[in-house]
Design a protein around this ligand. Structure first.
Ligand SMILES: Nc1ncnc2c1ncn2[C@@H]1O[C@H](COP(=O)(O)OP(=O)(O)OP(=O)(O)O)[C@@H](O)[C@H]1O
Length: 340
Protein backbone atom coordinates (compact mmCIF):
# COMPACT_ATOMS: atom_id res chain seq x y z
CA UNK A 1 0.00 0.00 0.00
CA UNK A 2 1.49 3.34 -1.05
CA UNK A 3 -0.95 5.86 0.43
CA UNK A 4 -3.44 5.47 3.24
CA UNK A 5 -5.65 8.44 4.01
CA UNK A 6 -7.79 8.50 7.14
CA UNK A 7 -10.25 11.13 8.32
CA UNK A 8 -9.10 13.69 5.75
CA UNK A 9 -10.86 17.05 5.68
CA UNK A 10 -10.04 20.13 3.62
CA UNK A 11 -11.93 23.37 4.10
CA UNK A 12 -11.98 26.51 1.97
CA UNK A 13 -13.46 29.45 3.87
CA UNK A 14 -15.11 27.05 6.33
CA UNK A 15 -16.75 25.11 3.46
CA UNK A 16 -15.75 21.45 3.45
CA UNK A 17 -14.41 20.66 -0.06
CA UNK A 18 -13.04 17.22 0.77
CA UNK A 19 -14.04 14.68 3.40
CA UNK A 20 -12.46 11.24 3.04
CA UNK A 21 -12.92 8.70 5.81
CA UNK A 22 -10.60 6.12 4.34
CA UNK A 23 -8.78 5.75 1.04
CA UNK A 24 -6.00 3.39 0.03
CA UNK A 25 -3.81 3.74 -3.08
CA UNK A 26 -1.79 0.69 -4.07
CA UNK A 27 1.63 0.93 -5.63
CA UNK A 28 2.04 0.46 -9.40
CA UNK A 29 -1.62 0.82 -10.32
CA UNK A 30 -3.45 3.28 -12.54
CA UNK A 31 -6.34 5.04 -10.83
CA UNK A 32 -8.92 7.04 -12.73
CA UNK A 33 -10.23 9.90 -10.60
CA UNK A 34 -13.71 10.98 -11.63
CA UNK A 35 -16.48 13.22 -10.38
CA UNK A 36 -18.50 16.26 -11.43
CA UNK A 37 -17.08 19.81 -11.40
CA UNK A 38 -16.31 20.96 -7.90
CA UNK A 39 -16.37 17.45 -6.40
CA UNK A 40 -12.87 17.81 -4.96
CA UNK A 41 -10.67 16.07 -7.53
CA UNK A 42 -8.00 18.78 -7.75
CA UNK A 43 -8.12 19.26 -3.98
CA UNK A 44 -7.41 15.55 -3.50
CA UNK A 45 -4.61 15.53 -6.10
CA UNK A 46 -2.89 18.49 -4.43
CA UNK A 47 -3.01 16.70 -1.08
CA UNK A 48 -1.60 13.51 -2.64
CA UNK A 49 1.15 15.60 -4.27
CA UNK A 50 2.02 17.05 -0.83
CA UNK A 51 1.37 20.54 -2.23
CA UNK A 52 -1.48 21.17 0.22
CA UNK A 53 -2.00 19.96 3.73
CA UNK A 54 -5.39 18.70 4.86
CA UNK A 55 -7.02 20.58 7.75
CA UNK A 56 -7.66 17.29 9.56
CA UNK A 57 -6.72 13.63 9.21
CA UNK A 58 -3.64 11.58 8.54
CA UNK A 59 -1.77 10.58 5.41
CA UNK A 60 0.47 7.54 5.51
CA UNK A 61 2.92 7.21 2.63
CA UNK A 62 4.88 3.99 2.29
CA UNK A 63 3.83 3.11 5.83
CA UNK A 64 5.05 6.35 7.46
CA UNK A 65 2.85 9.08 8.83
CA UNK A 66 3.51 12.17 6.69
CA UNK A 67 4.81 15.08 8.71
CA UNK A 68 5.93 18.54 7.51
CA UNK A 69 9.56 17.42 7.97
CA UNK A 70 9.05 14.52 5.53
CA UNK A 71 7.33 16.57 2.82
CA UNK A 72 10.43 17.95 1.00
CA UNK A 73 11.83 14.46 0.42
CA UNK A 74 8.42 13.06 -0.60
CA UNK A 75 7.96 15.81 -3.16
CA UNK A 76 10.92 14.35 -5.02
CA UNK A 77 9.04 11.07 -5.56
CA UNK A 78 5.69 12.54 -6.51
CA UNK A 79 5.03 14.83 -9.45
CA UNK A 80 1.90 16.47 -10.77
CA UNK A 81 0.82 17.63 -14.23
CA UNK A 82 -1.94 20.21 -14.54
CA UNK A 83 -4.43 20.72 -17.36
CA UNK A 84 -2.58 23.54 -19.12
CA UNK A 85 0.91 23.50 -17.78
CA UNK A 86 3.05 26.45 -18.82
CA UNK A 87 6.46 25.51 -20.14
CA UNK A 88 9.61 27.28 -19.06
CA UNK A 89 10.63 29.94 -21.56
CA UNK A 90 13.42 27.87 -23.05
CA UNK A 91 14.04 25.02 -25.49
CA UNK A 92 12.16 21.73 -25.32
CA UNK A 93 15.20 19.75 -24.16
CA UNK A 94 15.92 22.33 -21.42
CA UNK A 95 12.34 22.04 -20.22
CA UNK A 96 12.62 18.25 -19.97
CA UNK A 97 16.09 18.39 -18.40
CA UNK A 98 15.18 21.02 -15.81
CA UNK A 99 14.03 18.70 -13.00
CA UNK A 100 16.94 16.33 -13.61
CA UNK A 101 19.44 19.19 -13.30
CA UNK A 102 17.76 20.29 -10.07
CA UNK A 103 18.40 16.75 -8.83
CA UNK A 104 22.08 17.11 -9.81
CA UNK A 105 22.08 14.17 -12.23
CA UNK A 106 25.12 13.67 -14.43
CA UNK A 107 25.04 14.93 -18.02
CA UNK A 108 24.96 11.47 -19.65
CA UNK A 109 21.98 10.37 -17.57
CA UNK A 110 20.22 13.66 -18.32
CA UNK A 111 20.78 13.21 -22.07
CA UNK A 112 19.49 9.65 -21.99
CA UNK A 113 16.45 10.51 -19.85
CA UNK A 114 15.50 13.51 -22.02
CA UNK A 115 15.60 11.36 -25.18
CA UNK A 116 13.68 8.53 -23.53
CA UNK A 117 10.96 10.84 -22.16
CA UNK A 118 10.49 12.78 -25.41
CA UNK A 119 10.20 9.54 -27.36
CA UNK A 120 7.66 8.19 -24.87
CA UNK A 121 5.34 11.09 -25.69
CA UNK A 122 5.89 10.80 -29.44
CA UNK A 123 8.25 13.77 -29.90
CA UNK A 124 11.41 12.59 -31.72
CA UNK A 125 14.53 14.25 -30.35
CA UNK A 126 15.87 15.25 -33.77
CA UNK A 127 12.69 17.21 -34.59
CA UNK A 128 11.78 18.66 -31.22
CA UNK A 129 14.68 18.83 -28.76
CA UNK A 130 15.97 22.19 -29.99
CA UNK A 131 12.63 23.86 -30.61
CA UNK A 132 11.74 26.84 -28.50
CA UNK A 133 8.71 26.73 -26.17
CA UNK A 134 6.74 28.99 -28.54
CA UNK A 135 7.34 26.74 -31.56
CA UNK A 136 4.89 24.06 -30.35
CA UNK A 137 1.18 23.36 -30.70
CA UNK A 138 -0.91 23.16 -27.53
CA UNK A 139 -0.92 19.36 -27.64
CA UNK A 140 2.87 19.22 -28.22
CA UNK A 141 3.47 21.64 -25.35
CA UNK A 142 1.36 19.44 -23.04
CA UNK A 143 3.40 16.40 -24.15
CA UNK A 144 6.66 18.25 -23.41
CA UNK A 145 5.29 19.05 -19.95
CA UNK A 146 4.47 15.37 -19.46
CA UNK A 147 7.94 14.36 -20.76
CA UNK A 148 9.50 16.65 -18.13
CA UNK A 149 7.68 14.66 -15.45
CA UNK A 150 8.37 11.25 -17.02
CA UNK A 151 12.10 12.05 -17.23
CA UNK A 152 12.10 12.00 -13.41
CA UNK A 153 10.80 8.39 -13.49
CA UNK A 154 8.51 9.37 -10.63
CA UNK A 155 7.15 6.93 -8.09
CA UNK A 156 3.79 8.69 -8.33
CA UNK A 157 2.44 10.70 -11.25
CA UNK A 158 -0.67 12.79 -10.63
CA UNK A 159 -2.45 14.12 -13.70
CA UNK A 160 -5.28 16.66 -13.65
CA UNK A 161 -7.16 16.13 -16.92
CA UNK A 162 -4.01 16.20 -19.05
CA UNK A 163 -5.94 15.54 -22.25
CA UNK A 164 -8.71 18.11 -21.77
CA UNK A 165 -7.45 20.62 -24.33
CA UNK A 166 -5.46 18.52 -26.79
CA UNK A 167 -6.34 16.83 -30.08
CA UNK A 168 -6.95 13.09 -30.35
CA UNK A 169 -3.38 12.33 -31.53
CA UNK A 170 -1.88 14.01 -28.44
CA UNK A 171 -4.56 12.44 -26.27
CA UNK A 172 -3.64 8.93 -27.44
CA UNK A 173 0.09 9.60 -27.02
CA UNK A 174 -0.40 10.99 -23.50
CA UNK A 175 -2.58 8.03 -22.50
CA UNK A 176 -0.05 5.55 -23.94
CA UNK A 177 2.89 7.24 -22.19
CA UNK A 178 1.06 7.03 -18.87
CA UNK A 179 0.49 3.29 -19.29
CA UNK A 180 4.16 2.80 -20.24
CA UNK A 181 5.30 4.61 -17.09
CA UNK A 182 3.33 2.12 -15.04
CA UNK A 183 4.70 -0.83 -17.01
CA UNK A 184 8.35 0.24 -17.11
CA UNK A 185 8.88 1.87 -13.72
CA UNK A 186 5.82 0.67 -11.75
CA UNK A 187 4.84 4.32 -11.43
CA UNK A 188 1.57 4.76 -9.57
CA UNK A 189 -0.71 6.93 -11.69
CA UNK A 190 -3.70 8.91 -10.48
CA UNK A 191 -5.39 10.67 -13.37
CA UNK A 192 -8.49 12.83 -13.47
CA UNK A 193 -10.33 11.80 -16.59
CA UNK A 194 -13.77 12.07 -18.11
CA UNK A 195 -12.86 9.60 -20.81
CA UNK A 196 -14.85 6.51 -19.88
CA UNK A 197 -13.24 4.43 -22.64
CA UNK A 198 -9.81 5.16 -21.19
CA UNK A 199 -11.06 4.37 -17.70
CA UNK A 200 -12.51 1.03 -18.80
CA UNK A 201 -9.44 -0.02 -20.75
CA UNK A 202 -6.46 1.39 -18.86
CA UNK A 203 -7.35 2.22 -15.28
CA UNK A 204 -6.96 -0.57 -12.74
CA UNK A 205 -9.34 1.19 -10.40
CA UNK A 206 -11.65 4.16 -10.39
CA UNK A 207 -12.05 6.59 -7.51
CA UNK A 208 -15.32 8.41 -7.79
CA UNK A 209 -15.79 11.68 -5.89
CA UNK A 210 -19.12 13.28 -5.17
CA UNK A 211 -19.43 16.43 -3.08
CA UNK A 212 -15.94 15.88 -1.68
CA UNK A 213 -16.67 12.28 -0.62
CA UNK A 214 -15.63 9.01 -2.17
CA UNK A 215 -18.68 7.40 -3.74
CA UNK A 216 -18.99 3.65 -3.51
CA UNK A 217 -19.20 3.00 -7.22
CA UNK A 218 -17.55 4.23 -10.38
CA UNK A 219 -18.45 7.15 -12.58
CA UNK A 220 -21.48 5.56 -14.15
CA UNK A 221 -25.05 5.22 -13.09
CA UNK A 222 -25.45 8.29 -10.94
CA UNK A 223 -29.19 9.00 -10.89
CA UNK A 224 -30.20 12.44 -9.68
CA UNK A 225 -33.53 13.29 -8.05
CA UNK A 226 -36.08 14.64 -7.52
CA UNK A 227 -37.51 11.52 -5.87
CA UNK A 228 -41.10 11.12 -4.77
CA UNK A 229 -41.80 9.06 -1.66
CA UNK A 230 -44.15 6.25 -2.71
CA UNK A 231 -44.00 3.89 0.25
CA UNK A 232 -42.12 3.06 3.38
CA UNK A 233 -38.48 3.59 2.38
CA UNK A 234 -39.36 3.48 -1.33
CA UNK A 235 -38.79 6.42 -3.69
CA UNK A 236 -39.67 6.96 -7.32
CA UNK A 237 -38.24 9.07 -10.12
CA UNK A 238 -40.25 9.60 -13.28
CA UNK A 239 -38.20 9.79 -16.46
CA UNK A 240 -39.21 12.12 -19.30
CA UNK A 241 -40.41 9.15 -21.38
CA UNK A 242 -42.82 8.15 -18.58
CA UNK A 243 -40.83 5.20 -17.21
CA UNK A 244 -40.36 5.04 -13.44
CA UNK A 245 -37.29 4.14 -11.41
CA UNK A 246 -37.74 2.87 -7.85
CA UNK A 247 -35.00 2.99 -5.23
CA UNK A 248 -35.05 2.19 -1.53
CA UNK A 249 -33.09 3.29 1.53
CA UNK A 250 -32.69 6.57 3.31
CA UNK A 251 -32.24 9.64 1.06
CA UNK A 252 -29.13 11.74 1.55
CA UNK A 253 -28.69 15.48 1.13
CA UNK A 254 -27.20 14.96 -2.37
CA UNK A 255 -30.55 13.54 -3.58
CA UNK A 256 -28.59 11.21 -5.86
CA UNK A 257 -28.08 7.44 -5.98
CA UNK A 258 -25.56 5.21 -7.71
CA UNK A 259 -26.15 1.72 -8.99
CA UNK A 260 -23.18 -0.53 -9.61
CA UNK A 261 -22.97 -1.67 -13.27
CA UNK A 262 -22.64 -5.24 -11.95
CA UNK A 263 -26.07 -4.95 -10.31
CA UNK A 264 -27.84 -4.11 -13.57
CA UNK A 265 -28.85 -7.09 -15.66
CA UNK A 266 -29.99 -7.00 -19.24
CA UNK A 267 -32.96 -8.80 -20.73
CA UNK A 268 -34.05 -8.99 -24.32
CA UNK A 269 -37.73 -8.89 -23.37
CA UNK A 270 -39.83 -7.58 -20.51
CA UNK A 271 -40.13 -10.93 -18.77
CA UNK A 272 -38.33 -10.75 -15.47
CA UNK A 273 -37.07 -14.15 -14.36
CA UNK A 274 -35.59 -13.20 -10.99
CA UNK A 275 -38.04 -15.30 -9.01
CA UNK A 276 -40.68 -12.63 -8.68
CA UNK A 277 -38.98 -10.06 -6.42
CA UNK A 278 -39.82 -6.48 -7.39
CA UNK A 279 -37.23 -5.13 -9.83
CA UNK A 280 -36.97 -2.05 -11.93
CA UNK A 281 -37.50 -2.99 -15.55
CA UNK A 282 -36.54 -0.16 -17.87
CA UNK A 283 -36.71 -0.14 -21.64
CA UNK A 284 -33.78 1.43 -23.47
CA UNK A 285 -31.49 1.31 -26.49
CA UNK A 286 -27.99 -0.16 -26.50
CA UNK A 287 -25.65 2.70 -27.44
CA UNK A 288 -22.20 1.23 -26.83
CA UNK A 289 -20.50 -2.08 -26.04
CA UNK A 290 -16.93 -1.97 -24.77
CA UNK A 291 -14.63 -4.68 -23.49
CA UNK A 292 -13.38 -3.75 -20.08
CA UNK A 293 -9.98 -4.69 -18.64
CA UNK A 294 -11.65 -7.16 -16.27
CA UNK A 295 -12.68 -9.29 -19.27
CA UNK A 296 -16.34 -8.32 -19.00
CA UNK A 297 -18.38 -6.26 -21.40
CA UNK A 298 -19.74 -2.82 -20.51
CA UNK A 299 -23.01 -2.16 -22.25
CA UNK A 300 -24.37 1.41 -22.24
CA UNK A 301 -28.11 1.81 -22.50
CA UNK A 302 -29.93 5.08 -23.19
CA UNK A 303 -33.29 5.28 -21.46
CA UNK A 304 -35.17 8.54 -21.40
CA UNK A 305 -32.69 11.23 -20.35
CA UNK A 306 -30.55 8.67 -18.53
CA UNK A 307 -27.63 6.56 -19.58
CA UNK A 308 -27.04 3.38 -17.61
CA UNK A 309 -24.09 1.03 -17.86
CA UNK A 310 -24.40 -2.68 -17.24
CA UNK A 311 -21.44 -4.99 -16.72
CA UNK A 312 -22.11 -8.37 -18.24
CA UNK A 313 -20.42 -11.60 -19.15
CA UNK A 314 -19.43 -12.02 -22.81
CA UNK A 315 -21.11 -15.41 -23.07
CA UNK A 316 -24.33 -14.01 -21.67
CA UNK A 317 -24.31 -11.27 -24.30
CA UNK A 318 -23.82 -13.91 -27.00
CA UNK A 319 -26.86 -15.80 -25.74
CA UNK A 320 -28.93 -12.58 -25.79
CA UNK A 321 -27.56 -11.58 -29.21
CA UNK A 322 -27.38 -7.91 -28.22
CA UNK A 323 -25.96 -5.27 -30.56
CA UNK A 324 -25.81 -1.44 -30.57
CA UNK A 325 -29.13 0.05 -31.58
CA UNK A 326 -31.12 -2.88 -30.17
CA UNK A 327 -33.92 -2.34 -27.67
CA UNK A 328 -33.25 -4.06 -24.33
CA UNK A 329 -34.53 -4.04 -20.78
CA UNK A 330 -32.30 -3.04 -17.88
CA UNK A 331 -33.26 -4.55 -14.57
CA UNK A 332 -32.09 -3.85 -11.04
CA UNK A 333 -33.49 -4.10 -7.53
CA UNK A 334 -34.47 -0.88 -5.73
CA UNK A 335 -32.13 -1.97 -2.91
CA UNK A 336 -29.15 -2.03 -5.34
CA UNK A 337 -29.24 1.78 -5.34
CA UNK A 338 -26.93 3.47 -2.86
CA UNK A 339 -27.51 7.05 -1.77
CA UNK A 340 -24.51 9.27 -2.35
N1 LIG B 1 -8.65 28.06 -3.37
C1 LIG B 1 -9.95 27.85 -3.17
N2 LIG B 1 -10.67 28.72 -2.43
C2 LIG B 1 -11.98 28.51 -2.19
N3 LIG B 1 -12.68 27.46 -2.66
C3 LIG B 1 -12.02 26.57 -3.42
C4 LIG B 1 -10.62 26.72 -3.72
N4 LIG B 1 -10.23 25.67 -4.48
C5 LIG B 1 -11.33 24.91 -4.66
N5 LIG B 1 -12.41 25.43 -4.03
C6 LIG B 1 -13.76 24.85 -3.97
O1 LIG B 1 -13.65 23.54 -3.47
C7 LIG B 1 -14.50 22.64 -4.19
C8 LIG B 1 -13.67 21.53 -4.81
O2 LIG B 1 -12.84 22.10 -5.83
P1 LIG B 1 -11.89 21.24 -6.75
O3 LIG B 1 -11.14 22.18 -7.63
O4 LIG B 1 -11.10 20.31 -5.91
O5 LIG B 1 -12.95 20.39 -7.59
P2 LIG B 1 -12.73 19.56 -8.94
O6 LIG B 1 -13.50 18.29 -8.75
O7 LIG B 1 -11.30 19.45 -9.26
O8 LIG B 1 -13.47 20.49 -9.99
P3 LIG B 1 -13.26 20.66 -11.59
O9 LIG B 1 -13.76 19.39 -12.22
O10 LIG B 1 -14.15 21.83 -11.91
O11 LIG B 1 -11.81 20.93 -11.84
C9 LIG B 1 -15.25 23.49 -5.19
O12 LIG B 1 -16.51 23.81 -4.65
C10 LIG B 1 -14.39 24.74 -5.34
O13 LIG B 1 -15.19 25.86 -5.63
Amino acid sequence: MLYRLTGIKRYYNERCALSIDHLVIEEGKIYGLVGPNGSGKTTLLRILAFLDEPDAGNIYYNGSLVSPQLVPSLRREVTMLLQNTRLLTRRVKDNVAFGLKMRHMDLNTIKHRVKEALEMVGLPVKDFANRQWYELSGGEAQRVALAARLALRPKVLLLDEPTANVDTVSETLINEAVVRAKEEWKTTIIMVSHDLLWLYNSADETISLWGGRVASHGPENVILGPWEKVGDGLYCKKLKDGQKIYVSGIPSSSNAVTVSPGDISLLSNAINDDGGSACNLLRGLVTQMVYSNDGLLRVSIALGELNLVSLVDKDYIKSLDIYPGMEVYASFKPSAAQWL
